[in-house]
Write a protein that binds this ligand. Structure first.
Ligand SMILES: [Zn+2]
Ligand SMILES: [Zn+2]
Length: 342
């Protein structure tokens, strides 16, 4: 990750990342922005010289990967599938993810894959990623490290060694499985989906899972059950935050449930949504975002709009009596007349 490269180089030169970036880009507060996602191309040009081989190329490669998974404009608000930092000046509310065992084994640095919201475990070691120091619970923010720290392997707040395997927890197999599928889709794509479509499709299905957890709606639970996904009472996301702001454990739970769902061909999921007459609201607020994919569109088209509206009208908006309507109309006219002469 580009930000990790900056931090490691700063510490290797015996200075803080703030001082290091101040020399590279005088007067620019790069640590108040998302360095990996929102760095301006003009600033990256500073690193294209022979003194920094491949650094700018690597940073741009990451931006290309981001464009594949999200059609939102990078650097403007929450970007779908990219973990948010929750920046406030140089501090972050959400920590960077890391694998303690990877840190322990070799040179500690933050992999760019750890910024993806579908990464919740380490495929190499099988354990959960962490985004907080297990000693003081502060979100991991390597940009705040200072000498005498010599690399990214310590907590900036309490100095705890992050590479300790004491806090390793096993990642849910379903979450690791989903992670492999998503990585493959990003790197190679598949015959069933055009570039980026899979991520759009999977994001909508995540919306269905969260709707089922939140509402415990019978038809939605039965539809998921028919596709091999059982929502248990302990499957709860306490906050209503978007995926990109959730803690690792919450995302791991969601993604483990998503794995069997995306394993079905889209046409099977579309049929199930039609069969159980699910309303469009099962997708949550994600429907309002722009869509590019035909697969996502077919998923939305499968919902039953009529059934949803019938329920609303029959319960709360019964047709009013003619007498009531005439009385309200006269009252409204009186109000308009009164205010019209004020
Ligand atoms: Zn690892
Ligand atoms: Zn700490």
């Amino acid at each position: 990750m580009f930000s990790s490269w900056l931090v490691r180089n700063a510490l290797a030169h015996g200075c803080s990342p703030l001082a290091f970036s101040g020399v590279l880009w005088p007067g620019v507060r790069i640590w108040a922005t998302d360095v990996d996602c929102g760095m301006k191309p003009s600033l990256l040009e500073r690193l294209t010289s022979d003194d920094f081989p491949n650094v700018a190329v690597t940073a741009r490669r990451f931006l290309t990967a981001l464009n594949c998974v999200s059609n939102a404009e990078i650097g403007h608000g929450n970007v779908r599938w990219i973990l948010s930092l929750g920046s406030r000046n140089r501090r972050h509310r959400c920590g960077l993810q890391y694998c303690p065992s990877c840190f322990e084994e070799g040179i500690p640095y933050f992999r760019y894959r750890w910024r993806f919201a579908w990464h919740t475990g380490c495929l190499r070691h099988g354990n959960c990623l962490l985004s907080r120091c297990m000693q003081c619970h502060t979100p991991i923010q390597p940009q705040l490290l200072k000498p005498p720290a010599i690399d990214c392997s310590v907590c900036h707040a309490c100095g705890e060694n992050l590479g300790s395997g004491l806090h390793n927890r096993v990642c849910l197999p379903g979450a690791l499985q989903l992670q492999s599928v998503a990585d493959h889709e990003m790197n190679f794509g598949s015959a069933a989906f055009a570039a980026g479509e899979w991520f759009e499709y999977a994001y909508l299905l995540l919306g269905v899972l969260r709707y089922a957890m939140r509402s415990q709606s019978g038809p939605t639970l039965r539809m998921l059950s028919s596709l091999g996904v059982e929502i248990e009472p302990h499957h709860q996301i306490c906050s209503g935050l978007p995926l990109e702001l959730l803690e690792v454990s919450e995302r791991m739970q969601l993604l483990a449930l998503l794995a069997p769902l995306v394993a079905h061909p889209p046409v099977v999921v579309v049929q199930a949504i039609t069969e159980y007459k699910l309303p469009i609201s099962v997708f949550g607020t994600h429907v309002s975002k722009t869509f590019i994919g035909t697969v996502a569109r077919s998923l939305i088209s499968a919902t039953t709009v009529r059934a949803h509206k019938q329920y609303t009208f029959s319960k709360s908006r019964l047709p009013a009596d003619r007498f009531v309507v005439e009385r309200e109309w006269l009252r409204l006219q009186r109000k308009i007349f009164a205010y019209g002469h004020l």
